[in-house]
Design a protein around this ligand. Sequence first.
Ligand code: PLP
Length: 404
Amino acid sequence: MLDINLIRKDFPILKRQVNGKPLVYFDNAATSQTPQQVIDVIVDYYSNYNANIHRGVHALSQEATDKYEAARHTIQNHFNAKKAQEIIFTSGTTHAINLVANGFSKLINQDDELIVSALEHHSNIVPWQMLCEKTGAKLKVIPMTLEGELDMEAYTALLSEKTKLVFVNHISNALGTINPIKTIINQAHNFGAAVLIDGAQACPHIKPDVQALDVDFYVTSAHKICGPTGVGMLYGKEEWLNKMEPYQGGGEMIDQVTFEKTTYAGLPHKFEAGTPNICGGIAFGAALDYMNAIGFDKIATYEKELLDYGTEKLLEIEGLKIYGTSNNKTSVISFNLEGIHPYDVGTLLDKMGIAVRTGHHCAQPIMSFYNIPGTIRASFAFYNTKAEIDALVSGVKKAKMMLS
Ligand SMILES: *Cc1c(COP(=O)(O)O)cnc(C)c1O
Protein backbone atom coordinates (compact mmCIF):
# COMPACT_ATOMS: atom_id res chain seq x y z
CA MET A 1 0.00 0.00 0.00
CA LEU A 2 1.06 3.57 -0.69
CA ASP A 3 1.45 5.95 2.23
CA ILE A 4 -0.34 8.84 0.55
CA ASN A 5 0.28 11.34 3.33
CA LEU A 6 3.98 10.67 3.15
CA ILE A 7 4.00 10.87 -0.64
CA ARG A 8 2.10 14.16 -0.65
CA LYS A 9 4.80 15.68 1.57
CA ASP A 10 7.23 15.14 -1.32
CA PHE A 11 5.29 17.61 -3.51
CA PRO A 12 5.62 21.18 -2.24
CA ILE A 13 3.06 22.50 -4.74
CA LEU A 14 0.28 20.40 -3.18
CA LYS A 15 0.36 22.74 -0.15
CA ARG A 16 -0.71 25.64 -2.38
CA GLN A 17 -3.98 27.48 -2.29
CA VAL A 18 -5.68 28.56 -5.51
CA ASN A 19 -8.40 31.19 -5.36
CA GLY A 20 -8.41 30.79 -1.58
CA LYS A 21 -9.04 27.03 -1.78
CA PRO A 22 -6.61 24.13 -1.36
CA LEU A 23 -5.29 23.13 -4.77
CA VAL A 24 -6.84 19.99 -6.23
CA TYR A 25 -4.58 19.11 -9.13
CA PHE A 26 -6.31 16.88 -11.67
CA ASP A 27 -4.43 17.92 -14.79
CA ASN A 28 -1.78 15.24 -14.49
CA ALA A 29 -2.24 14.03 -18.06
CA ALA A 30 -1.04 17.45 -19.24
CA THR A 31 1.90 17.59 -16.86
CA SER A 32 2.66 15.97 -13.53
CA GLN A 33 3.91 17.73 -10.42
CA THR A 34 7.53 17.58 -9.31
CA PRO A 35 8.69 16.01 -6.05
CA GLN A 36 11.28 17.70 -3.83
CA GLN A 37 13.76 14.90 -4.66
CA VAL A 38 13.74 16.00 -8.32
CA ILE A 39 13.71 19.73 -7.49
CA ASP A 40 16.81 19.11 -5.32
CA VAL A 41 18.62 17.51 -8.27
CA ILE A 42 17.85 20.55 -10.44
CA VAL A 43 19.06 22.98 -7.76
CA ASP A 44 22.17 20.86 -7.18
CA TYR A 45 23.05 20.96 -10.88
CA TYR A 46 22.88 24.75 -11.14
CA SER A 47 24.45 25.29 -7.72
CA ASN A 48 27.34 22.90 -8.01
CA TYR A 49 28.32 21.56 -11.42
CA ASN A 50 26.65 23.56 -14.22
CA ALA A 51 28.91 23.07 -17.29
CA ASN A 52 28.71 21.94 -20.89
CA ILE A 53 29.13 18.24 -21.50
CA HIS A 54 31.31 16.01 -23.69
CA ARG A 55 33.67 18.93 -24.37
CA GLY A 56 35.65 20.34 -21.48
CA VAL A 57 38.58 18.63 -19.84
CA HIS A 58 37.76 20.50 -16.63
CA ALA A 59 36.25 18.96 -13.53
CA LEU A 60 32.78 20.51 -13.77
CA SER A 61 32.34 19.44 -17.38
CA GLN A 62 33.42 15.92 -16.51
CA GLU A 63 31.01 15.80 -13.59
CA ALA A 64 28.11 17.05 -15.69
CA THR A 65 28.96 14.57 -18.47
CA ASP A 66 29.13 11.67 -16.02
CA LYS A 67 25.78 12.53 -14.44
CA TYR A 68 24.13 13.06 -17.84
CA GLU A 69 25.39 9.73 -19.14
CA ALA A 70 24.41 8.06 -15.86
CA ALA A 71 20.88 9.35 -16.45
CA ARG A 72 20.93 7.78 -19.91
CA HIS A 73 21.75 4.46 -18.22
CA THR A 74 18.95 4.93 -15.71
CA ILE A 75 16.56 5.45 -18.62
CA GLN A 76 18.03 2.46 -20.47
CA ASN A 77 17.49 0.24 -17.42
CA HIS A 78 14.02 1.58 -16.78
CA PHE A 79 12.84 0.73 -20.30
CA ASN A 80 15.06 -2.36 -20.54
CA ALA A 81 16.80 -1.23 -23.74
CA LYS A 82 19.60 -3.50 -24.87
CA LYS A 83 22.12 -0.67 -25.28
CA ALA A 84 22.57 2.82 -23.86
CA GLN A 85 23.13 4.25 -27.35
CA GLU A 86 19.58 3.24 -28.25
CA ILE A 87 18.39 5.98 -25.87
CA ILE A 88 18.36 9.41 -27.54
CA PHE A 89 17.67 12.46 -25.39
CA THR A 90 15.06 14.76 -26.97
CA SER A 91 13.14 17.79 -25.81
CA GLY A 92 10.08 15.55 -25.40
CA THR A 93 7.65 13.27 -27.18
CA THR A 94 6.89 15.75 -29.96
CA HIS A 95 10.57 16.20 -30.78
CA ALA A 96 11.15 12.42 -30.68
CA ILE A 97 8.32 11.71 -33.14
CA ASN A 98 9.51 14.46 -35.50
CA LEU A 99 13.01 13.01 -35.31
CA VAL A 100 11.78 9.58 -36.42
CA ALA A 101 9.44 10.95 -39.10
CA ASN A 102 12.29 12.99 -40.55
CA GLY A 103 14.67 10.04 -40.22
CA PHE A 104 12.42 8.00 -42.51
CA SER A 105 12.21 10.59 -45.28
CA LYS A 106 14.62 8.64 -47.48
CA LEU A 107 13.38 5.20 -46.37
CA ILE A 108 9.79 5.76 -47.60
CA ASN A 109 8.42 6.27 -51.11
CA GLN A 110 5.12 6.97 -52.84
CA ASP A 111 4.08 3.31 -53.01
CA ASP A 112 4.31 2.92 -49.25
CA GLU A 113 1.58 3.13 -46.64
CA LEU A 114 1.74 4.35 -43.06
CA ILE A 115 -0.85 3.50 -40.40
CA VAL A 116 -1.96 5.86 -37.64
CA SER A 117 -4.82 5.45 -35.16
CA ALA A 118 -7.92 7.54 -34.60
CA LEU A 119 -6.93 7.91 -30.94
CA GLU A 120 -3.75 9.90 -31.45
CA HIS A 121 -2.45 13.15 -30.00
CA HIS A 122 -1.75 15.70 -32.74
CA SER A 123 1.97 15.18 -32.20
CA ASN A 124 1.59 11.60 -33.46
CA ILE A 125 -0.40 12.71 -36.53
CA VAL A 126 1.08 15.90 -37.96
CA PRO A 127 4.77 14.86 -38.31
CA TRP A 128 3.62 11.81 -40.32
CA GLN A 129 1.38 13.91 -42.53
CA MET A 130 4.44 16.04 -43.24
CA LEU A 131 6.41 12.87 -44.08
CA CYS A 132 3.60 11.76 -46.43
CA GLU A 133 3.63 15.15 -48.13
CA LYS A 134 7.37 14.89 -48.66
CA THR A 135 7.38 11.30 -49.93
CA GLY A 136 3.93 10.75 -51.46
CA ALA A 137 3.27 7.84 -49.09
CA LYS A 138 -0.35 7.24 -48.00
CA LEU A 139 -1.66 7.59 -44.45
CA LYS A 140 -4.29 5.05 -43.33
CA VAL A 141 -6.28 5.38 -40.11
CA ILE A 142 -7.31 2.65 -37.66
CA PRO A 143 -10.87 3.64 -36.68
CA MET A 144 -12.10 3.80 -33.09
CA THR A 145 -15.23 2.43 -31.43
CA LEU A 146 -17.82 4.25 -29.29
CA GLU A 147 -16.09 2.91 -26.16
CA GLY A 148 -12.93 4.69 -27.27
CA GLU A 149 -11.05 1.54 -28.23
CA LEU A 150 -9.23 0.74 -31.46
CA ASP A 151 -11.09 -1.36 -34.01
CA MET A 152 -8.56 -4.18 -34.19
CA GLU A 153 -10.31 -6.02 -37.02
CA ALA A 154 -10.04 -2.91 -39.13
CA TYR A 155 -6.36 -2.66 -38.20
CA THR A 156 -5.69 -6.20 -39.38
CA ALA A 157 -7.43 -5.38 -42.66
CA LEU A 158 -5.31 -2.24 -43.20
CA LEU A 159 -2.01 -4.10 -42.92
CA SER A 160 -0.33 -5.23 -46.12
CA GLU A 161 3.04 -5.62 -47.77
CA LYS A 162 2.82 -1.89 -48.50
CA THR A 163 2.75 -0.97 -44.81
CA LYS A 164 6.10 0.47 -43.75
CA LEU A 165 5.31 2.14 -40.43
CA VAL A 166 2.62 1.96 -37.77
CA PHE A 167 2.34 4.60 -35.01
CA VAL A 168 -0.07 4.35 -32.12
CA ASN A 169 -0.14 5.64 -28.59
CA HIS A 170 0.25 3.24 -25.68
CA ILE A 171 -2.45 5.08 -23.75
CA SER A 172 -4.79 7.74 -25.14
CA ASN A 173 -4.33 11.10 -23.43
CA ALA A 174 -7.88 12.19 -24.19
CA LEU A 175 -9.73 9.05 -23.06
CA GLY A 176 -7.28 6.96 -21.02
CA THR A 177 -7.72 3.84 -23.17
CA ILE A 178 -4.81 1.38 -22.90
CA ASN A 179 -4.21 0.09 -26.42
CA PRO A 180 -3.24 -3.54 -27.17
CA ILE A 181 0.22 -2.53 -28.36
CA LYS A 182 1.79 -5.99 -28.17
CA THR A 183 -0.76 -7.29 -30.69
CA ILE A 184 -0.35 -4.17 -32.83
CA ILE A 185 3.43 -4.63 -32.90
CA ASN A 186 3.32 -8.36 -33.65
CA GLN A 187 0.86 -7.95 -36.51
CA ALA A 188 2.87 -5.09 -38.04
CA HIS A 189 6.05 -7.13 -37.82
CA ASN A 190 4.37 -9.96 -39.76
CA PHE A 191 4.38 -7.53 -42.70
CA GLY A 192 7.88 -6.19 -42.01
CA ALA A 193 6.56 -2.79 -40.85
CA ALA A 194 8.26 -0.84 -38.07
CA VAL A 195 6.21 0.40 -35.10
CA LEU A 196 6.51 3.60 -33.07
CA ILE A 197 4.67 3.72 -29.76
CA ASP A 198 3.88 7.11 -28.24
CA GLY A 199 4.31 6.37 -24.54
CA ALA A 200 3.81 9.91 -23.22
CA GLN A 201 0.60 8.98 -21.45
CA ALA A 202 1.62 5.47 -20.44
CA CYS A 203 4.90 6.08 -18.65
CA PRO A 204 3.34 7.77 -15.58
CA HIS A 205 1.39 4.55 -14.98
CA ILE A 206 3.25 1.63 -16.57
CA LYS A 207 6.87 0.53 -16.82
CA PRO A 208 7.28 -0.55 -20.44
CA ASP A 209 9.83 -3.18 -21.45
CA VAL A 210 10.93 -2.33 -24.97
CA GLN A 211 12.64 -5.70 -25.54
CA ALA A 212 9.65 -7.72 -24.37
CA LEU A 213 7.41 -5.55 -26.57
CA ASP A 214 9.91 -5.91 -29.43
CA VAL A 215 8.95 -2.34 -30.33
CA ASP A 216 11.04 -0.44 -32.89
CA PHE A 217 10.59 3.02 -31.37
CA TYR A 218 9.18 4.11 -28.03
CA VAL A 219 8.95 7.79 -27.11
CA THR A 220 8.04 9.73 -24.00
CA SER A 221 8.35 13.06 -22.12
CA ALA A 222 9.83 13.49 -18.64
CA HIS A 223 7.32 16.11 -17.52
CA LYS A 224 4.46 13.62 -17.25
CA ILE A 225 6.57 11.29 -15.07
CA CYS A 226 7.44 13.75 -12.27
CA GLY A 227 10.37 15.19 -14.24
CA PRO A 228 10.91 18.66 -15.73
CA THR A 229 9.54 20.02 -19.02
CA GLY A 230 11.68 20.26 -22.13
CA VAL A 231 13.25 16.81 -21.96
CA GLY A 232 12.21 13.36 -23.09
CA MET A 233 13.54 10.38 -24.93
CA LEU A 234 13.46 8.32 -28.04
CA TYR A 235 14.19 4.63 -27.71
CA GLY A 236 15.03 3.15 -31.10
CA LYS A 237 16.38 -0.22 -32.13
CA GLU A 238 20.00 0.27 -33.10
CA GLU A 239 19.52 -1.08 -36.63
CA TRP A 240 16.79 1.47 -37.35
CA LEU A 241 18.69 4.38 -35.80
CA ASN A 242 21.69 3.53 -37.95
CA LYS A 243 19.57 3.61 -41.11
CA MET A 244 17.89 6.93 -40.31
CA GLU A 245 19.00 10.39 -41.43
CA PRO A 246 20.12 12.73 -38.63
CA TYR A 247 17.41 15.24 -37.71
CA GLN A 248 19.46 18.35 -37.04
CA GLY A 249 23.00 19.28 -37.96
CA GLY A 250 25.41 21.08 -35.66
CA GLY A 251 27.84 20.56 -32.85
CA GLU A 252 28.02 17.28 -30.93
CA MET A 253 26.53 15.21 -33.79
CA ILE A 254 29.58 15.18 -36.06
CA ASP A 255 32.65 13.06 -36.52
CA GLN A 256 34.68 15.18 -38.98
CA VAL A 257 33.67 18.49 -40.56
CA THR A 258 35.22 19.96 -43.68
CA PHE A 259 33.57 22.18 -46.27
CA GLU A 260 33.68 19.29 -48.73
CA LYS A 261 32.08 16.66 -46.54
CA THR A 262 30.95 16.05 -42.99
CA THR A 263 30.72 12.65 -41.38
CA TYR A 264 28.37 12.01 -38.49
CA ALA A 265 29.04 10.81 -35.00
CA GLY A 266 27.89 7.38 -33.91
CA LEU A 267 24.83 6.69 -31.75
CA PRO A 268 23.42 8.32 -29.72
CA HIS A 269 25.23 11.57 -30.60
CA LYS A 270 24.23 11.49 -34.28
CA PHE A 271 20.74 12.56 -33.11
CA GLU A 272 21.80 14.94 -30.34
CA ALA A 273 22.93 18.10 -32.11
CA GLY A 274 23.77 21.13 -29.98
CA THR A 275 23.91 21.62 -26.24
CA PRO A 276 21.11 19.52 -24.76
CA ASN A 277 18.94 20.11 -21.71
CA ILE A 278 21.69 18.76 -19.44
CA CYS A 279 20.00 19.53 -16.14
CA GLY A 280 16.71 18.21 -17.54
CA GLY A 281 18.28 14.92 -18.59
CA ILE A 282 19.79 14.40 -15.16
CA ALA A 283 16.48 15.30 -13.50
CA PHE A 284 14.65 12.89 -15.84
CA GLY A 285 16.82 10.09 -14.42
CA ALA A 286 16.06 11.27 -10.88
CA ALA A 287 12.32 11.29 -11.64
CA LEU A 288 12.45 7.67 -12.81
CA ASP A 289 14.40 6.76 -9.66
CA TYR A 290 11.70 8.45 -7.59
CA MET A 291 8.85 6.62 -9.34
CA ASN A 292 10.64 3.27 -9.15
CA ALA A 293 11.28 3.72 -5.44
CA ILE A 294 7.51 4.03 -4.98
CA GLY A 295 6.88 1.14 -7.38
CA PHE A 296 4.77 1.01 -10.52
CA ASP A 297 2.70 -1.92 -9.27
CA LYS A 298 1.62 0.05 -6.22
CA ILE A 299 0.99 3.12 -8.33
CA ALA A 300 -1.21 1.16 -10.76
CA THR A 301 -3.24 -0.48 -7.98
CA TYR A 302 -3.89 2.82 -6.22
CA GLU A 303 -4.71 4.73 -9.39
CA LYS A 304 -7.21 2.04 -10.40
CA GLU A 305 -8.90 2.58 -7.06
CA LEU A 306 -9.07 6.33 -7.75
CA LEU A 307 -10.40 5.70 -11.27
CA ASP A 308 -13.15 3.36 -10.07
CA TYR A 309 -14.13 5.68 -7.23
CA GLY A 310 -14.16 8.77 -9.46
CA THR A 311 -16.11 7.03 -12.21
CA GLU A 312 -18.76 5.79 -9.80
CA LYS A 313 -19.17 9.16 -8.03
CA LEU A 314 -19.23 11.25 -11.21
CA LEU A 315 -21.80 8.96 -12.87
CA GLU A 316 -24.17 9.68 -9.99
CA ILE A 317 -24.53 13.19 -11.43
CA GLU A 318 -27.49 13.30 -13.76
CA GLY A 319 -26.70 14.33 -17.34
CA LEU A 320 -23.00 13.54 -16.96
CA LYS A 321 -21.53 11.46 -19.75
CA ILE A 322 -18.09 9.84 -19.71
CA TYR A 323 -16.16 9.44 -22.97
CA GLY A 324 -13.77 6.51 -23.05
CA THR A 325 -15.43 3.57 -21.32
CA SER A 326 -12.98 0.80 -22.12
CA ASN A 327 -12.44 -1.77 -19.37
CA ASN A 328 -8.79 -1.32 -20.06
CA LYS A 329 -8.07 2.26 -19.13
CA THR A 330 -5.92 4.36 -16.87
CA SER A 331 -6.87 7.07 -14.37
CA VAL A 332 -8.27 9.59 -16.85
CA ILE A 333 -11.94 10.60 -16.83
CA SER A 334 -13.12 12.64 -19.80
CA PHE A 335 -16.69 13.85 -19.42
CA ASN A 336 -19.32 16.43 -20.29
CA LEU A 337 -22.49 17.76 -18.70
CA GLU A 338 -25.47 17.67 -21.01
CA GLY A 339 -26.13 21.04 -22.63
CA ILE A 340 -23.16 22.78 -20.94
CA HIS A 341 -19.92 23.83 -22.60
CA PRO A 342 -16.86 22.11 -21.05
CA TYR A 343 -14.97 25.40 -20.88
CA ASP A 344 -17.61 26.95 -18.58
CA VAL A 345 -17.38 24.02 -16.16
CA GLY A 346 -13.58 24.18 -16.15
CA THR A 347 -13.63 27.92 -15.39
CA LEU A 348 -15.96 27.45 -12.43
CA LEU A 349 -13.93 24.52 -11.11
CA ASP A 350 -10.81 26.70 -11.23
CA LYS A 351 -12.56 29.23 -8.99
CA MET A 352 -12.89 26.37 -6.49
CA GLY A 353 -9.18 25.55 -6.70
CA ILE A 354 -9.73 22.48 -8.88
CA ALA A 355 -7.44 22.17 -11.91
CA VAL A 356 -8.85 20.12 -14.80
CA ARG A 357 -8.25 20.30 -18.51
CA THR A 358 -10.99 21.37 -20.88
CA GLY A 359 -10.95 21.36 -24.67
CA HIS A 360 -9.90 18.95 -27.38
CA HIS A 361 -6.76 17.70 -25.56
CA CYS A 362 -4.71 17.93 -28.79
CA ALA A 363 -6.89 15.15 -30.19
CA GLN A 364 -9.40 16.88 -32.45
CA PRO A 365 -10.21 13.71 -34.45
CA ILE A 366 -11.55 12.06 -31.27
CA MET A 367 -13.75 15.07 -30.54
CA SER A 368 -15.03 15.02 -34.14
CA PHE A 369 -15.82 11.32 -33.75
CA TYR A 370 -18.04 12.05 -30.75
CA ASN A 371 -19.28 15.25 -32.37
CA ILE A 372 -18.41 17.40 -29.34
CA PRO A 373 -16.29 20.56 -29.02
CA GLY A 374 -14.23 19.03 -26.23
CA THR A 375 -14.46 17.43 -22.82
CA ILE A 376 -13.63 18.15 -19.21
CA ARG A 377 -10.74 15.87 -18.35
CA ALA A 378 -9.84 14.94 -14.79
CA SER A 379 -6.64 12.89 -14.70
CA PHE A 380 -5.43 11.37 -11.44
CA ALA A 381 -1.91 10.67 -10.24
CA PHE A 382 -0.66 8.52 -7.37
CA TYR A 383 -0.48 11.58 -5.09
CA ASN A 384 -4.19 12.37 -5.47
CA THR A 385 -6.81 11.28 -2.94
CA LYS A 386 -10.43 10.22 -2.75
CA ALA A 387 -11.13 13.36 -0.71
CA GLU A 388 -9.96 15.40 -3.69
CA ILE A 389 -12.29 13.42 -5.94
CA ASP A 390 -15.12 14.27 -3.53
CA ALA A 391 -14.20 17.93 -3.95
CA LEU A 392 -14.33 17.53 -7.73
CA VAL A 393 -17.72 15.82 -7.62
CA SER A 394 -19.23 18.50 -5.41
CA GLY A 395 -17.62 21.16 -7.61
CA VAL A 396 -19.14 19.66 -10.75
CA LYS A 397 -22.55 19.54 -9.05
CA LYS A 398 -22.22 23.20 -8.10
CA ALA A 399 -21.12 24.16 -11.62
CA LYS A 400 -24.04 22.26 -13.08
CA MET A 401 -26.48 24.12 -10.86
CA MET A 402 -25.00 27.50 -11.76
CA LEU A 403 -24.88 26.82 -15.51
CA SER A 404 -28.21 25.09 -16.13
C1 PLP B 1 1.54 14.87 -23.82
C2 PLP B 1 1.47 13.97 -24.95
C3 PLP B 1 2.21 14.20 -26.11
C4 PLP B 1 3.08 15.42 -26.30
O1 PLP B 1 4.10 15.48 -25.38
P1 PLP B 1 5.07 16.78 -25.34
O2 PLP B 1 5.76 16.66 -24.04
O3 PLP B 1 4.18 17.98 -25.43
O4 PLP B 1 5.98 16.67 -26.51
C5 PLP B 1 2.10 13.28 -27.13
N1 PLP B 1 1.33 12.21 -27.03
C6 PLP B 1 0.60 11.94 -25.93
C7 PLP B 1 -0.23 10.70 -25.88
C8 PLP B 1 0.64 12.83 -24.86
O5 PLP B 1 -0.10 12.58 -23.78
